[in-house]
Ligand binder design. Structure first.
Ligand SMILES: Cc1ncc(COP(=O)(O)O)c(C=O)c1O
Length: 395
């Protein structure tokens, strides 16, 4: 067994798939401090630049002083406090949903929710590019797992026709984390209704970003508070804190609370994370200027990125992907950026398909136009070198 692991590790290294963690000294949304060197970062999900907001930090500190760190129990035993209750109520109001359940992470939320809603004999119909947590939740549920082509509602309908009369759950990200594109949620909801399916949308990357007050794409499309539609989301991205949620009609949320093992058998969120999130939600709904600034950066990036020499995937969001191709080339580009003071790790298989390794660029409120200019300038130089070296290899 020991030798097998050694061989497998070697294989990962040979395929340029070996992953290493860089120890960050500090920084978050647009700065990554590594070995005392400040790098310009495009690698954080702190899209609204709130994780270092003093108002949020003070709320967390106050909660720590008053309640200590751990809740020391799962919610159903003794880990459910007034703070948890208030955040659930405030989230329901914010999202326009009947009821909300807090989870400790988005991964746990997706695992617990999917496994509660479907089981053996049911069907899950899932976008091919869904996040790993949605896939893992689907696989552990033991329902039949079917995948439709990315954002292809025609293919989704074909699958729904093929599974008519069964208990079906359609699952999708609302903003795809590695491509930055969004599905046609309106059309998906029409199809779910037509074929009597449930629809679960993961708003991990959309909460805080879309809709005037940051209520996400479900709210923006007036699909909140619908009998067959529910949402999950995480606080670890635009909200700038930690934790996650599931929201929908009262009965569905109540049912998940009875069934979700990742909820029932896990310590509840620390109160400081809950209080920090309560504060962040208030800021997010009031400070529209954050979304306005982010979208002006997105427009500027999209207008200028063509100059970089790399192919940019179609996206109107804060997540922008530059296609590189092989893992080796993606690592090369990332290394060259690093040498010029820019931090963007290479995204490789199995996170993305073989041959579609890329740079995932996330824009945040604290970025400046000059940061984007600098990035594009350096990318131009790297793409020229890359083309030259590829031509040499061909000769
Ligand atoms: C679409 C999506 N869902 C869920 C998660 C998991 O959320 P968390 O980090 O809170 O576990 C992520 C995070 O990477 C994500 O991108």
């Amino acid at each position: 067994m020991k030798n097998k692991i050694k061989t497998k590790l070697k294989e990962i290294k040979l395929s340029n798939g070996f992953r290493v963690r860089k120890v960050k000294d500090s920084g978050n949304s647009h700065i990554f401090v590594y070995k005392n060197k400040e790098l310009l970062s495009f690698a954080s999900n702190d899209y609204l630049s709130l994780s270092n907001d003093k108002r949020i930090i003070n709320s967390a500190k106050k909660a720590l002083d008053n309640h200590g760190y751990s809740t020391s129990s799962s919610a159903l035993i003794s880990g459910y406090t007034k703070s948890h209750f208030k955040l659930e109520e405030e989230l329901s109001n914010f999202l326009g949903q009947e009821k909300t359940l807090l989870f400790s992470t988005g991964y746990q939320a997706n695992l617990g929710v999917i496994k509660s809603l479907v089981s053996r004999g049911d069907n899950i119909i899932s976008d091919k590019l869904n996040h790993a947590s949605l896939i893992d939740g689907s696989l552990t549920s033991r329902a039949n797992f079917k995948r439709y082509n990315h954002n292809d509602c025609k293919n989704l309908e074909e699958m729904l026709i093929g599974t008519k009369g069964k208990n079906n759950l359609v699952v999708s990200d609302s903003l795809f984390s590695m491509d930055g594109d969004t599905p046609n949620i309106k059309k998906m909801s029409t199809l779910a209704k037509k074929y009597d399916a449930l629809l679960l949308i993961d708003e991990a990357h959309s909460i805080g970003i879309f809709e005037k007050y940051g209520r996400g794409l479900i709210y923006k499309n007036s699909l909140n508070n619908k009998e067959n539609i529910f949402v999950t989301g995480t606080f670890g991205k635009a909200i700038g804190t930690f934790g996650a949620f599931f929201s929908g009609k009262k009965d569905h949320v109540e049912y998940v609370l009875q069934k979700a093992r990742s909820y029932i058998y896990s310590t509840s969120l620390p109160i400081n994370a809950v209080e920090a999130t309560r504060k962040s939600l208030k800021i997010i709904s009031k400070e529209n200027w954050r979304r306005e600034k982010l979208f002006s950066l997105i427009s500027y990036y999209k207008k200028n990125i063509k100059k970089s020499g790399f192919t940019s995937l179609k996206s109107n969001s804060q997540i922008q992907a530059l296609l590189v191709g092989s893992s080796k080339d993606a690592l090369y580009v990332s290394d060259q950026l690093f040498k010029s003071g820019i931090y963007i790790p290479a995204i490789r298989p199995p996170t993305v398909e073989e041959g579609k390794s890329r740079l995932r660029i996330s824009l945040t409120v604290d970025h400046q136009l000059s940061d984007i200019d600098y990035l594009i300038n350096i990318l131009q130089k790297i793409s020229r070198n890359l083309v030259q070296s590829q031509e040499c290899v061909k000769k």
